[in-house]
Design a protein around this ligand. Sequence first.
Ligand code: SAM
Length: 280
Amino acid sequence: MTLLGAAQIRELAAALDLKPSKSLGQNFVIDSNVCTKIVRTAAVGPTDVALEIGPGLGSLTLALLESAESVIAVEIDPRLAQQLPLTVADLFEHPEKLTVINKDALAIHTLPKDPTVLVANLPYNVSVPVLLHLLEVFPTLRTGVVMVQAEVADRLAAKPGTKDYGIPSVKAAWWADVKGAGSVSRSVFWPAPNVDSKLVGFTRRPTPGDEELRKKVFTIIDAAFAQRRKMLRSALSTLYGSSSAAEEILIRAKIDPTLRGEALEIDGFCAIAAVAPDIF
Ligand code: SAM
């Protein structure tokens, strides 16, 4: 099948009179080799129901349709959501494999089919909340590869004790093992973004606890990194009333109270939550 190249992307945009929106992160991939590579990196196979967020003009969607059993594409921009089935019907002999949903990805809680793999060139300003939201609401998502701003990719895949380690790294680690999966040149986009991009791959892992524990853990993570230079006993003092109360909780959790949040893996935050009082 024909994948979309630079000329087709520009033609489609011109026909729609589309001026790419910065606030919606509309930077379209114009190099079909990149799309093929992303689908291959995600190891999408014939039994996969692929979920794509922000299909845009369809570059990645077409590559996904070639490999997946079916594709569910969630697009916030109504012009793009309306055009996509028409583009696919023109270029692909099984357009029924595609379902397009015109919605904000953050407002999606159910889908017509359980997705197994997430493959997306995510809108950069909401990439972390979208990824965490999807991991939370679609437990059938087993693996995925997403393209995000390079700094965000580094943060998502960061390990404790590094400068990039922070809220996105620990929260993503609740759901999945996350790894960097390569860089993508600015020149493959139209319009070219003013930031670099990277791919991030994830594989779901069993969660360390139930929803009640997760909410507690995420509140502690937010507090620990709100003042990342502070020791945990001080960073958690607002949550627990005083630094001595926080220190007592940390000692019970067998965590050194003088450590900073950036030293702890997700399991350390879970240990704190397990002995901490309910704060809701
Ligand atoms: N996948 C296309 C590609 O690679 O050429 C377009 C990727 S572009 C970086 C991001 C896309 O996400 C745009 O089509 C934009 O309209 C869409 N988008 C932005 N915010 C969204 C949201 N909250 N939910 C769903 N789609 C969104």
